[in-house]
Design a binder for this molecule. Structure first.
Ligand code: NAG
Length: 292
């Protein structure tokens, strides 16, 4: 029999439930037509300035990928804050706060072509300074939110300092409905046209996620040119992590990176189109012919 205190706490719980206005959606629930073919999700990459953001919002792109650095706004040079930009940039014409506000506004007003976001944090400092912004975002939006950082050192002997893995995973932990995107630093492109994700690098990712009690869905961002040379390892990585993290790969590429298209296509088809997001320049996707 339920006593008075029991009733009160039930009512309390009910109200608590109603206070959650919304939370980010799962990517496939939000874009149901990509279900069996995640490569249908379309991307705008490095949307790090206000004008490009407007251009992307007015088009039919589904996911907005953008980088966040600790820097200043051009018209507010004394206020160090999370702003949109890719290192070595240190200034921007749009802050993370303004960027997300604009996307929220757009998504609330539009009835077609709503967008999701992938936020690529370039340092642990800027990520931790963004947590209160993420907290607010998390409670206000129903579109997909991906939180990305390169948390482990990767190919080919990249000297870029990874984002501190345990601090990043701890910070992102409470946001269980976001997609966690955890990758490796890379040094590739230009003269560097060879390299693979080694089994040590791949295994370290699995143990890092396990050791930090990750609960979210996870996608592994991998650089197309290097991923193309790492088929066996990446297939094994997905096998080991798919039941726990519903894991996927997000294949990305920088403009001008050398990519062995045949090998990349083999990787994609062997993993399956339901396990691969594809955020690559049009020159690369046009050559893949994933219909066959
Ligand atoms: C998967 O989606 C891509 C991108 O839209 C398309 O080119 C390809 O034909 C699709 N493949 C299948 C088998 O549906």
């Amino acid at each position: 029999m339920l006593n008075f205190v029991g009733y009160i706490s039930l009512i309390g719980l009910g109200m608590l439930g109603k206070q959650i206005v919304c939370e980010p959606s799962d990517t496939i629930d939000f874009f149901p037509n990509i279900k069996d073919n995640l490569t249908k999700l379309s991307w705008a990459h490095a949307v790090n300035d206000a004008r490009y953001l407007e251009e992307v919002l007015s088009g039919d792109i589904m996911m907005i990928e953008a980088d966040i650095i600790l820097g200043t706004l051009i018209d507010d040079p004394s206020n160090l804050q999370p702003v949109m930009g890719h290192p070595p940039a240190q200034t921007s014409d749009i802050s993370l706060q303004q960027f997300l506000q604009r996307i929220n506004e757009f998504n609330t007003q539009t009835t077609v072509s709503k967008k999701g976001v992938k936020l690529d944090f370039k340092s642990i400092e800027v990520f931790e300074m963004s947590l209160h912004i993420i907290e607010k975002l998390y409670q206000e939006v129903s579109y997909p939110v991906w939180i990305n950082a390169d948390i482990l050192p990767g190919p080919v002997n990249s000297q870029v300092k990874p984002v501190n893995a345990s601090r990043f995973l701890r910070g992102a932990g409470p946001y269980s409905k976001t997609m966690l995107s955890t990758g490796w630093t890379t040094l590739y492109g230009g003269n560097i046209v060879e390299g693979t994700y080694t089994s040590e690098q791949l295994n370290e990712m699995v143990s890092t996620l396990m050791d930090n009690d990750v609960e979210q869905k996870v996608t592994f961002p991998v650089r197309a040119g290097i991923a193309a040379n790492s088929k066996e390892g990446l297939i094994k990585l997905l096998k080991e992590t798919s039941s726990k993290f519903d894991s996927t790969l997000t294949i990305w590429s920088s403009q001008g990176d050398f990519v062995n298209i045949d090998s990349l296509k083999k990787l994609i088809l062997e993993c399956g189109l339901n396990r691969i997001y594809l955020d690559v320049p049009k020159e690369v996707s046009d050559q893949l012919h994933l219909d066959s």
